[in-house]
Ligand binder design. Structure first.
Ligand SMILES: Cc1cc2nc3c(=O)[nH]c(=O)nc-3n(C[C@H](O)[C@H](O)[C@H](O)COP(=O)(O)OP(=O)(O)OC[C@H]3O[C@@H](n4cnc5c(N)ncnc54)[C@H](O)[C@@H]3O)c2cc1C
Length: 364
C-alpha cells in the first residue's frame, strides 16, 4: 500500500514493483497537485552538503537516469547546470567550491565568461564566470508522475485516485468511504500535510518538521535553447555545498531578494518554456496570494544573465514542501504502526532524492 501520489509515493510504488510486490496506490486528489508537480524538476547534485546528502543525491541521480530509460516520458535530461557569479565575492565562492575535495563527484568545472557561453550560448548577459556542474539533470515535473504510472500500469499495480487515507492501523489504512486497504507494508507519503492521517502520529512523536513556501513562474516558450539549468549567485547563500570561507564575504542581497529570500533558478522545459523561481517563506500562516516584488526581482535577474527579455509569463504559482530541520537527517522516516511507515520531509531536495529515499525504505 502506498498513500500519496507525489514523487515520493510514486517512487515507493516503483521500487516496490521492482522488488516483486503488488502495489495499491492511493491518492486523495483526481491527480496529484502537491510539491512534486510544482517544482523545477531539478535533479540537483551541485548544491548538496558533502557526505550523506551528496551520496544520496548521487545515488538518486543514477536511479533517475535508469528510470528515464524505462519511462522516457519523465523527460530525464543530463543537462548539467551553470551557477553564475556577477561579482568578485561570488566568483571567489565558485573558485573555492571548484577546489572542494568532492568537486570531482559533482563534476564541477570553473569557467570564464567565454567558457560559460561555449557550454550555454543562450547566456548572452553579463557575468564574471560560472561553475559548471555536469552531474545535475532535469526531469519534467508536470509529466513525470503520469509517465511513471503509465510505466507501472498492468497486473500488480492499482492506481486509486480520489481515495483519501483517513486512518492508519497495523498493516492497513481506511479510506474516506470506510473501506480498509491492507498490505504487508503501508508507506505513507503524504507530503507537506502535517495533519490528516499522519497527524496523530506526528503530534505524538517529537519531530522537527517545518514547512516552506516558494513562489514560481513559467514563461511562454523562449526563442532559443538553454543547454543547461542556470542559477545565480544568490543560490550560493542557500545551498550547503557553498559553505566555504568566501561565503562570509558575500555582500547583502538586494532588498527585494532579501525580503523574499530569493535565489534565481532557471530551467527550460521540454516545450521551450522557462520555469523561474524561487523564494522562501517559513512563517505560517502562509500568504494565499503571490507577491509581485519577488517576481520583479527574479525577472530582472534572469534577463540580466540571458541578455534578453523574457517571454510573457504564462503561469505563476506557489508550492509548499516540508523539511526536517537542523541535524535531524535528510528526511523523516518513522514507524506509525506495525507494518506502516511514514516517509516525508525531504525539503527542497525531494524531487532529486526521491528514488534513493524509496530504495532506502526497502533496504531499511
Ligand atoms: C516550488 C518548489 C520547487 C521545488 N523544486 C525542487 C527541485 O527542483 N528539485 C528537488 O529536488 N526538489 C524540489 N522541490 C522539493 C520537492 O518538490 C518535494 O520535496 C517533493 O515533491 C515532495 O514529494 P512528496 O511526494 O513528499 O509530496 P507531494 O508532492 O506534496 O505529494 C504528496 C501527495 O500525497 C497526497 N496525500 C496527502 N494526504 C493524503 C491522504 N491522506 N490520502 C491520500 N493521498 C494523500 C497529496 O494529495 C499529494 O498528491 C521543490 C518544491 C517546491 C514546492
Amino acid at each position: 500500500m502506498v498513500v500519496g501520489g507525489g514523487v515520493l509515493g510514486t517512487m515507493h510504488a516503483w521500487m516496490a514493483r521492482r522488488r516483486g510486490f503488488e502495489v495499491v496506490h492511493l491518492e486523495r486528489e483526481p491527480e496529484p497537485r502537491g510539491a512534486s508537480v510544482r517544482n523545477f524538476g531539478l535533479v540537483w547534485v551541485s548544491g548538496r552538503r558533502a557526505g550523506p546528502e551528496l551520496a544520496l543525491a548521487l545515488r538518486a541521480r543514477e536511479l533517475w537516469e535508469q528510470i528515464g530509460a524505462e519511462a522516457p516520458g519523465i523527460g530525464f535530461r543530463p543537462a548539467g547546470s551553470l551557477t553564475l557569479a556577477c561579482d568578485e565575492a561570488e566568483l571567489r565562492v565558485l573558485r573555492e567550491a571548484a577546489g572542494l575535495p568532492d568537486a570531482g563527484q559533482r563534476e564541477f568545472e570553473l569557467l570564464d565568461p567565454d567558457g560559460v557561453r561555449a557550454v550555454n550560448p543562450a547566456l548572452r548577459g553579463s557575468f564574471l564566470g560560472g561553475l559548471y556542474c555536469r552531474a545535475d539533470a532535469v526531469v519534467e515535473p508536470r509529466l513525470a508522475l503520469p509517465a511513471l504510472r503509465a510505466a507501472l500500469a498492468g497486473p500488480g499495480y492499482a492506481w486509486l485516485p480520489g481515495t483519501e487515507a483517513a486512518e492508519a492501523a497495523a498493516h492497513g489504512v481506511r479510506d474516506q468511504s470506510g473501506t480498509w486497504h491492507r498490505g504487508d507494508l503501508v508507506v505513507l507519503c503524504t507530503g507537506a500535510n502535517l495533519a490528516g492521517v499522519a497527524g496523530p502520529h506526528l503530534a505524538a512523536t517529537p519531530h522537527s518538521l517545518r514547512r516552506v513556501r516558494l513562489q514560481m513562474m513559467q514563461t511562454a516558450p523562449f526563442p532559443g535553447r538553454l543547454a543547461t539549468a542556470v542559477a545565480d549567485g544568490d543560490s550560493l547563500r542557500y545551498y550547503p555545498a557553498y559553505d566555504v570561507p568566501g561565503r562570509s564575504l558575500l555582500p547583502p542581497q538586494p532588498p527585494a531578494a532579501a525580503a523574499s529570500r530569493a535565489q534565481l533558478l532557471l530551467v527550460q522545459r521540454a516545450d521551450g518554456a522557462l520555469t523561474i523561481g524561487d523564494t522562501h517563506s517559513y512563517d505560517e500562516p502562509f500568504a494565499f496570494d503571490v507577491d509581485e516584488d519577488a517576481y520583479d526581482h527574479l525577472r530582472a535577474r534572469a534577463e540580466a544573465l540571458l541578455g534578453a527579455a523574457l517571454p510573457r509569463v504564462r503561469r505563476r504559482w506557489a508550492g509548499v514542501y516540508s523539511e526536517v530541520a537542523g541535524a535531524s537527517g535528510l528526511y523523516h522516516r518513522s514507524a506509525v504502526a506495525p507494518g506502516v511507515v511514514l516517509v516525508t520531509g525531504p525539503g527542497g531536495r525531494g524531487m532529486t532524492c526521491s528514488p534513493a529515499i524509496a530504495e532506502e525504505t526497502f533496504s531499511s
